[in-house]
Design a protein around this ligand. Structure first.
Ligand SMILES: Cc1cc2nc3c(=O)[nH]c(=O)nc-3n(C[C@H](O)[C@H](O)[C@H](O)COP(=O)(O)OP(=O)(O)OC[C@H]3O[C@@H](n4cnc5c(N)ncnc54)[C@H](O)[C@@H]3O)c2cc1C
Length: 396
């Protein structure tokens, strides 16, 4: 009998998982998403960068699945005629004090097997990005940009071609296990699956609670706001310009990124949001749930200085401009136009630690992706293969 597997979430990850399970196990897959299109949350609101694997601790899932994911994504985009451009990335040390951090990053990138990493001085970095300044940089020539929503749409097509279905406008409302099945209530219909995989991004905690698996890490939403470069200011950036990140945080700092549609974005910052899908300051509908998780308050206590700085940067355009001008001084306030942002689903532990690595929990018939922040879009095909390996096999 064909194994029936449900997947909650039609973001890039849920769709990649569904495709992988259909292809590798011959499962009949059903993807359920509450939205009317695929990929409208994190998948559709990000920097669009195919990360090469520079930052992640060697041996971590992020390090391994990012490198594997890049190769898989590149091949997938080529196979399906989807845009994929190796525009290259500079990580720039703006001052001498950032040199040790930059050197450590170069060593880590090499350990992770990132190809083509070179270290540049102040002059050489301008050959790559003529309008950038800094005391030194590392160059990753194969860091790329892609269209993640287009990848998600293509994955949904693959699922359908394998006999599976992607059911949009199907918000999952309840889950229970009965008679060896996982029953899922969505859009007034009960689906019965042999296994269920939850890739619900910002909705992870709600779905985990429905499945009776609250867990000891919770999603804390961090809004990432962007500005777009206007007019000819776009010509000031050829590829991707990043700062040396603060190693205390999983976020990479405000960067300048060229997108597949020709836009150049500046951002994202990282502001604690008070709603899981809190795309604006006004949306505070989940404030109580987010703030009563002990991890949120412990995190806030530890990192309040950075938090205040991020809030300031969110409210005051000049702060954003200053961050960008450290690397591209020719930018002016008139060059920056506010544009849509995204919200990151970042897991935070009870002790307030920001969970760095990808986390996938197996609870019997239910597999829960608890933490899939950046570079999970880059790594989606490799994470999917990893997940397919941990979804328990059918009992024969
Ligand atoms: C600002 C920002 C910048 C980023 N930059 C990059 C980058 O440059 N490169 C990179 O690799 N990664 C980046 N990321 C990370 C990347 O976007 C995410 O890791 C990735 O998109 C996660 O995919 P997902 O499918 O898990 O989540 P999502 O795309 O958020 O999908 C989750 C889906 O679950 C659905 N869902 C939730 N609850 C329910 C429910 N109850 N019932 C039904 N459906 C439900 C939602 O509607 C949604 O469609 C960035 C993220 C952000 C926010």
């Amino acid at each position: 009998m064909t194994e029936k597997i449900g997947v909650v979430g039609a973001g890039i990850l849920g769709l990649a998982v569904a495709r992988e399970l259909a292809l590798s196990r011959g499962a009949e897959v059903t993807v359920l998403d509450k939205e009317h299109q695929v990929g409208v949350h994190q998948t559709g609101h990000n920097s669009g960068v195919v990360h090469a694997g520079i930052y992640y601790p060697p041996g971590s899932l992020k390090a391994r699945l990012c490198r594997e994911g890049v190769a898989m994504l590149r091949a997938y985009c080529v196979e399906h005629g989807l845009p994929y451009e190796e525009v290259g990335k500079l990580v720039v040390a703006a001052g001498r004090h950032e040199r040790p951090g930059l050197a450590a990053l170069a060593a880590r990138a090499r350990e992770n097997g990132v190809p083509g990493i070179t270290e540049l001085d102040a002059l050489a970095l301008r050959e790559i990005e003529p309008h950038a300044v800094g005391v030194a940089a590392i160059h990753s020539p194969h860091t790329a940009i892609a269209d993640f929503p287009a990848v998600a749409r293509r994955l949904a097509q693959d699922v359908a071609e394998q006999g599976g279905s992607v059911r949009l406008a199907h918000p999952v409302k309840a889950i229970r296990e009965r008679a060896g099945k996982v029953e899922v209530l969505a859009a007034k219909r009960v689906f019965a699956f042999d296994r269920l995989v939850v890739c619900a991004g910002l909705g992870t905690d709600a779905v985990a609670a429905m499945a009776g698996r609250r867990g000891d890490v919770r999603i804390v939403p961090f809004r990432g706001e962007y500005y777009a470069l206007a007019g000819s200011a776009k010509d000031l950036v050829r590829g991707l310009i990043y700062p040396v990140p603060d190693p205390r945080y999983p976020f990479l700092g405000v960067h300048l990124t060229r997108h597949i549609d020709g836009e150049v974005l500046v951002g994202p910052n990282a502001v604690l949001a008070l709603a899981y899908e809190g795309y604006t300051w006004r949306d505070v509908r989940d404030a109580r749930r987010i703030l009563t998780w002990p991890g949120t308050l412990r995190m806030a206590r530890k990192h309040w200085r950075t938090g205040v700085k991020e809030v300031y940067g969110s409210l005051v355009k000049q702060a954003f401009l200053d961050a960008a001008r450290r690397y591209v001084p020719a930018l002016t306030a008139a060059d920056l136009e506010r544009t849509h942002g995204g919200v990151r689903a970042q897991a935070v532990a009870r002790d307030g630690a920001l969970v760095d690595d990808f986390v996938v929990d197996v609870h019997g018939r239910v597999v829960l992706v608890r933490n899939a922040p950046s570079p999970a879009a880059t790594s989606s095909l490799a994470i999917a293969r990893h997940i397919a390996g941990v979804v328990p096999a059918p009992i024969s």
